[in-house]
Design a protein around this ligand. Structure first.
Ligand code: 13P
Length: 254
C-alpha cells in the first residue's frame, strides 16, 4: 500500500461524454453515494458541467472538480478555446493536461503541454499531468526513456513550489479504453521510475510527497491490485467513471 504521506486520489475523466442532464444526474448520484473516505475524489467532466459540478460538491471536503484541458494563452482570439482562468472561475481546482488523446488528435507536444502546465499553475489550478507510451515503444523497450522525456520536458523547469502542486498520471496508451491493463508490476516499475526522476531533480521530500496515478482500463475488478503497489497512489479512470456505482467501487478499493 502506498505510504500515508501521500494523498490517495481517484479521478474520473469523463472525456467527451454526458449531456448536461446526464452529467447533472451523475454528479448527483456520486454525491449521494460517496462514503466517508480519506481518498481525494476528483471529477473531470467536459467544460459545460464544471460550474454545476462544483456548485453541487462545494461543501464536500474530499470531492474536487477538474477540467480536461485548458489553453496556454491568457485570453484573446482563440475561437472554441477555454483559458485556465476561465476554468478556475467555475470553481474547478484541477486540470488534466497532456492526455494521450490530446497528444494524438490535437498534436499537443511536450513543449505546448509545458506551457499549459504553467498557465494552469499561474491561475491556481493543479495540473494532472499525463504521460505514457504507445505499444510499439514498450515493445522496443524504450518506454522508460520516453516517459522520462515527457516528464522532463513538460515539468522540470517548474520551481519547487509549483512542482508540489502537480499530480502525475501514468497512462500507457495501449491500456486506454482497450480493456488491457498494465500489470501491477508494470505500473509499479514505471511509477517508481517517475518518482526517482522527481527525486533526482527536486529531492526526496518532493518525490515522496507526489501522488502518481495509474490510468488505463481501471475497473472495480482490478483497482485493488493496482492500488496496492507501493508507488501507485490512485487512478485516473475513463470508462468506469461514467457509472456512479463503478466509480465509487474503485474509490472504495483503497
Ligand atoms: P479508460 O479507463 O477508459 O481506459 O481510460 C483511461 C483514461 O484515458 C483516463 O484518462
Amino acid at each position: 500500500m502506498a505510504t500515508a504521506k501521500r494523498k490517495h486520489i481517484v479521478a474520473g475523466n469523463w472525456k467527451m461524454n454526458k449531456s448536461y442532464d446526464e452529467g447533472r444526474d451523475l454528479v448527483k448520484s456520486i454525491v449521494e453515494n460517496l462514503q466517508n473516505t480519506d481518498v481525494m475524489v476528483i471529477l473531470c467532466p467536459p467544460f459545460i458541467h464544471l460550474y454545476n459540478a462544483h456548485a453541487k460538491t462545494n461543501d464536500m471536503a474530499n470531492l474536487f472538480i477538474g477540467a480536461q484541458n485548458c489553453h496556454q494563452e491568457v485570453s484573446g482570439a482563440y475561437t472554441g478555446e477555454v483559458s485556465a482562468e476561465m476554468v478556475k472561475s467555475t470553481g474547478a481546482s484541477f486540470v488534466i493536461l497532456g492526455h494521450s488523446e490530446r497528444r494524438a488528435y490535437y498534436n499537443e507536444t511536450d513543449e505546448l503541454i509545458g506551457q499549459k502546465v504553467k498557465a494552469a499553475l499561474a491561475n491556481g489550478l493543479q495540473p494532472i499531468f499525463c504521460c505514457g507510451e504507445l505499444l510499439e515503444v514498450r515493445e522496443a523497450g524504450k518506454h522508460e526513456k520516453l516517459v522520462e522525456e515527457q516528464v522532463k520536458k513538460a515539468l522540470f523547469d517548474l520551481d519547487e513550489v509549483d512542482i508540489k502542486k502537480v499530480v502525475i498520471a501514468y497512462e500507457p496508451v495501449w491500456a486506454i479504453g482497450t480493456g488491457k491493463t498494465a500489470s501491477p508490476e508494470q505500473a509499479q516499475e514505471m511509477h517508481h521510475h517517475i518518482r526517482q526522476l522527481v527525486d533526482k531533480k527536486y529531492g526526496k521530500a518532493v518525490a515522496e510527497g507526489m501522488s502518481i496515478l495509474y490510468g488505463g482500463s481501471v475497473k472495480p475488478a482490478n483497482a485493488k491490485e493496482i492500488f496496492a503497489q507501493p508507488d501507485v497512489d490512485g487512478g485516473l479512470i475513463g470508462g468506469a467513471s461514467l457509472k456512479s456505482a463503478d466509480f465509487l467501487a474503485i474509490v472504495d478499493s483503497f
